[in-house]
Design a protein around this ligand. Sequence first.
Ligand SMILES: [Zn+2]
Length: 462
Amino acid sequence: MLQLHDTATGRVAPLRLREPGKASVYVCGLTVDGEPHLGHGRMALVFDVLRRYLLFSGLDVTYVSNITDIDDKIIVGAAAAGVPIDEFTAVNEARWWEIVDALGVLRPDEVPHATAYVDRMVALVGDLVARGVAYETATGVYLSVLDVPGYGLLARQPLESLRAGARIEADEDKRSPLDFVLWKKAKPGEPSWVAPWGAGRPGWHTECVVMSLDLLGEGFELHGGGQDLMFPHHENERAQAVADDKEFARHWMHNGWVTVGGEKMSKSLGNYTSLGDLLERGDARAYRLLVLRSHYRSPIEVTPDTVAQAEAGLARLDELARRFDLPDPLADGPLTGTADTDVDSGAVAAFVARMDDDLDTAGALATIFDLARRANAAADAGDTRDASLAAGTASVLAAVLGLPLRGRDDGGLDATTAGLVAARDAARAARDWARADALRAELEASGWLVEDGADGTRVRRR
Ligand SMILES: [Zn+2]
């Protein structure tokens, strides 16, 4: 049974299911205001691994992750780009799904968009005003957090220190600096929706509480996101649910920072690294492996060194798949168990024990690398039965983590690459070495390692 750290209690505890066999997960998705960064990629990977592991454990999983398609940064970004807001967000969202697919992250079952839920958000804000826990000012409608029992639960800090840390904001009508906006009254020229408090738009914290409860119902199992969302975003989502007398998420899960050069990655620090750049430079599976090597709650460091270490690990696993000509266990979708597979049950049990312990992916990976060593040693010693059992089990367990091993380098080459390979073989056959070298350089520039084999040019992903 999976034991997970719960941010609300600070303890590792079993995931409590509403009904046996089913788990509903809501993960805060992207605000589509620009190019996704490494932190977004880690979030998507961490929760993809959780989702795949729940599926592997035999649960029926409903996974919802939203798109925030209206907020201040979007309004500013669209204006700067000189395009309508819906066009700006559509382009950025398309880019996000391209990256999600490249990372091998399963698409959510549902992707609610904030702009499609405004009427339901207006209804919630109206409820909160009617209950006397929200109030209107000249600039908007705010939630009075001092009226919400347990405020500060997810921040894991007492109200006093939160209050001391709260920024002094321009709106002096707020009763407490911690009170947050539920409805923002529109300034001239801003996009707006109709509401009893005048034209405006919902605050960010209101969208996720409305969409998660609408799609998953009260008491859904798990709400997650990056650690930066614990406070104020998730605290404030929870506050609205509590104030509206709704049972909210049973379990809160947050993944750690991505650091670049030892500092938390952020645009303001100037160490913002585009996820797209990383993926274009190398094999997207290496970033998944890099993420898996650390516990999801720990920070991870992305540097040329840590990327190279992940690539070396991946190369060892791919080499295993090549040696044993292993099939892709993910060809028919995510794994839902090992019932029909020939696997080493002892190794699977060791893997499950690691994963059940708060998703110890580093320990689970160690099980996979042990199997790879065992397979190679057994094959070297002529024990083909144990070698193929260990190799096959390693491949299946890697697939549980969403990491397909690539056994055959020439399988699935895109048309352009296949064309370059064929052209280079033709050039070599014609002893046109200058052209063969130029084609090699072209392949390498597209991220391929080029080798000359007996049967011609071989390429594999760097
Ligand atoms: Zn959210």
